[in-house]
Ligand binder design. Structure first.
Ligand SMILES: [Zn+2]
Length: 243
């Protein structure tokens, strides 16, 4: 990190030391869609050293009300390549690894093995459960976010310290396409990026063991304290393997 002019306005918050931590960090982002757009954008401009982004979808016109990583001209392109084009134009200093593949039990380990922290910017529980297991296996944090309509939620899973995502959501809700306004994904995705920056630079207090629930229509934010579920099979498996 030779030139810090770009980061002038944030250096007073965590010093050159914090900026170096950001430059040395690798963040895995699952999804280059509605949440992935603000997450990847804010981490890119903050100077996170490497972003690994996985998504096997193509850009569709119906994505564009919220997925601002993708320009109109990129309809039909793999989302990760469209995202890399946008992000590298924003900050040429960062390394972008675009993975145009589906996240499966077979592929997830290879995708996440170099990451310091994982971000759930997906829209389905099958992938969320895989991310949860990968986080617990590798003992790295997972920042979960989800949006629907005008509201959303987020929390950070710290393996060994907080309840896991399967404690919180023992059963996958039915998969369905839900309406969403872009600004909702903007709020929750920005909170996720904030959480990653806090974690890497050691700033503030993480939303670990707390679920933030944001209701855009009423303008209210609530916090739920999370408890581990005694019969969580994911936690049980990991406690058994580490003890
Ligand atoms: Zn659990």
């Amino acid at each position: 990190m030779t030139n810090t002019t770009r980061y002038t306005r944030q250096l007073p918050l965590f010093g050159r030391e914090g900026q170096i931590k950001l430059a040395d960090a690798t963040v895995f982002i699952a999804g280059a869609g509605g949440l992935g757009s603000p997450v990847a954008t804010y981490l890119t401009v903050a100077g996170v050293g490497e972003l690994i982004i996985a998504d096997d979808d193509l850009v569709q016109e119906s994505n564009l009300n919220r997925q601002f990583l993708h320009a109109n001209r990129n309809i039909g392109m793999k989302k990760v390549y469209s995202a890399a084009e946008t992000l590298s134009a924003l900050n040429p200093d960062i390394t972008l690894t675009a993975i145009p593949e589906r996240i499966t039990p077979e592929t997830i380990r290879g995708m996440t093995k170099d990451a310091d922290i994982l971000v759930d910017a997906t829209d389905n529980f099958a992938t969320r459960y895989l991310l949860n297991e990968a986080a617990l296996d590798s003992e790295i944090p997972l920042v979960h976010g989800a949006v629907e309509g005008f509201s959303g939620q987020m929390t950070t899973v710290i393996p060994g310290e907080t309840p896991c995502l399967a404690c919180l959501f023992p059963h996958s809700p039915p998969e369905r396409e839900t309406p969403v306004i872009g600004a909702t994904a903007g709020v929750i995705g920005s909170l996720q990026a904030m959480e990653v920056i806090k974690y890497i630079t050691g700033s503030g207090r993480l939303l670990a063991g707390r679920l933030l629930i944001w209701d855009g229509l009423s303008g209210r934010t609530e916090y739920l304290s999370l408890s581990p579920r005694q019969d969580c099979n994911v936690c049980q498996k990991h406690t058994a393997s580490t003890s």
